[in-house]
Design a protein around this ligand. Sequence first.
Ligand code: ATP
Ligand code: MG
Length: 341
Amino acid sequence: MNIISQVKLENFRTHDKFKLELKNPTTLIIGENGSGKTSLIEALYVSIQGKSFRSRDEDILKKGRKHYKVSTVFSDGRKNQMEYRAETGKKQFTVDDKTYARLPLKNRYPVVLFEPDDLNLLYNSPARRRDWLNRLISSIDEGYHKSLLRYEKALSQRNNVLKSDFYREHDIFAWNVILAEYGSHILTRRKELVSFINSGLQPIYQSIAENSDQTGVLYKSDSVTESDYLKKLTANLEKDKVLGQTTYGPHRDDVEFNFNGELAVNTASRGEIRTIVLSLKFIEAGLIQQELGINPIILLDDIFSELDNTRQHHLTNGFKNHQVIITSVNPPGEMSEDVRL
Ligand SMILES: Nc1ncnc2c1ncn2[C@@H]1O[C@H](COP(=O)(O)OP(=O)(O)OP(=O)(O)O)[C@@H](O)[C@H]1O
Ligand SMILES: [Mg+2]
């Protein structure tokens, strides 16, 4: 198994200079609050995905310093380095002696991140769930990512036109056509993905929870085909003008989780919701493996304290074929610590 075997940080948040050798596929990192656990997870993520999951480079740069740097070495010999300089506000990636301004897609290493806030996925806003879907599909489908960027750009242009006092009908129509094209692509991919997740959710949930509760997931949308999409945008035009925004499209959709025939957030317990989210992480890892042919690296930031022993056990055993990097304030039951921050 190819694993990250070394990571070095320089001026990365609280870390001044920090080096970690990873010998085994599973590494448990223990440290108190504020000791730099999430920062380390973030640094690993930045180096293999090209950008942070939580903030901007200016926030990452250790206060008072001029540059930050993360270097990783894989067990197959691949080397990856990124450096950010405050002076230019730019990053530079070096992969096996070649330099890039952005980390090329082919050099990104797949990852599944599980952090405490993920446990709120079902309670958060629809925007958070759309974001989750978008990230997941983008990680396996570059075309989806492109459609999404184009859709978002067209959407904001259309909304600007709607807000202006004078415009020509054909300006709106031009944006409608673009929204229909990319919007229907987005819809199709999202529906496919949600139905894939749905087919895995029940069996995985039951194997973790060891009971017969029923759970599933549904993509919520008045979705239509590309040609109907245009009609829908046209039909909504008066309403959109009044509101100054586009009221129809995948930017309004949601994902709904159910539990024993009811909405999960209304009936399932906190622990049951956590189990649904845990199941999603397994499905995510399986999907990435299936689509990209690589077992993603699993980064588990401080989530053990939120799970009972049985679920902790499932988590450590369920990712046997992956490199797993775990952080925690206290060592979880069955495991012994590898690193203390
Ligand atoms: N740019 C920065 N420069 C210096 N210190 C920073 C910077 N950004 C964050 N910090 C500090 O780094 C420390 C480590 O933060 P981090 O989130 O990694 O801690 P943690 O070990 O995950 O803590 P917790 O257990 O509370 O989640 C915090 O004290 C934070 O205030
Ligand atoms: Mg943390």
